[in-house]
Design a protein around this ligand. Structure first.
Ligand SMILES: [Zn+2]
Length: 172
């Protein structure tokens, strides 16, 4: 799995953050508390309902799930999403697809996860408000930006990518 993961088209810092999510080593409140660091609350900063376990923050939270759902509609896919980070990443792999196609799908997963993490940090540290529309727009922008800048043969406009990413990638 990790050979595909590290070939995905994201910036190094984003790749490392996403890898920490896979390994449950991301600095969530509950992981910080396990290391003996005092935290003010263990509740999810997005929905305010459940404790901040990794699987809740990135996959199970109602707010996050709405974001994933928008991404699924954009990608034209539909499946029951797994709450375990590694299994969830596996769901973005196509058995009979080429390594390049799986790198593209992996990149989308990494972008979505990194956008969730960035948004949570904005809410906690900068007093930001939860804004799923903004998260979705930023995810589309980053997917387009990273794929077209790092895959030399991925040439499509941002608007085409927003309209039908899969059709754009079929031309790759
Ligand atoms: Zn939540």
């Amino acid at each position: 799995m990790y050979n595909i993961f590290w070939r995905c088209k994201a910036t190094p810092s984003v790749l490392v953050s996403a890898w920490r999510v896979l390994e449950n080593k991301i600095a969530t409140r509950i992981n910080l508390e396990k290391r003996g660091i005092m935290v003010d609350s263990l509740l999810c900063c997005l929905c305010g309902l459940e404790e901040k376990y990794c699987h809740h923050l990135f996959f199970k939270c109602k707010i996050v799930w709405d974001f994933w759902s928008q991404c699924f509609v954009w990608l034209g896919v539909s499946f029951v999403s797994h709450n375990d980070p590694i299994l969830n990443f596996h769901q973005f792999r196509m058995c009979n697809a080429s390594a390049t196609v799986n790198e593209v799908w992996g990149t989308v997963w990494i972008v979505v996860v990194s956008e969730i993490w960035k948004h949570m940090n904005k809410v906690i540290f900068k007093g930001g408000v939860v804004d799923i529309v903004k998260m979705f727009v930023m995810a589309q922008l980053n997917v387009w930006s990273w794929l077209t800048s790092k895959l030399t043969y991925a040439i499509f406009s941002y608007s085409d990518g927003c309209f039908d990413l899969l059709a754009c990638m079929r031309m790759v």
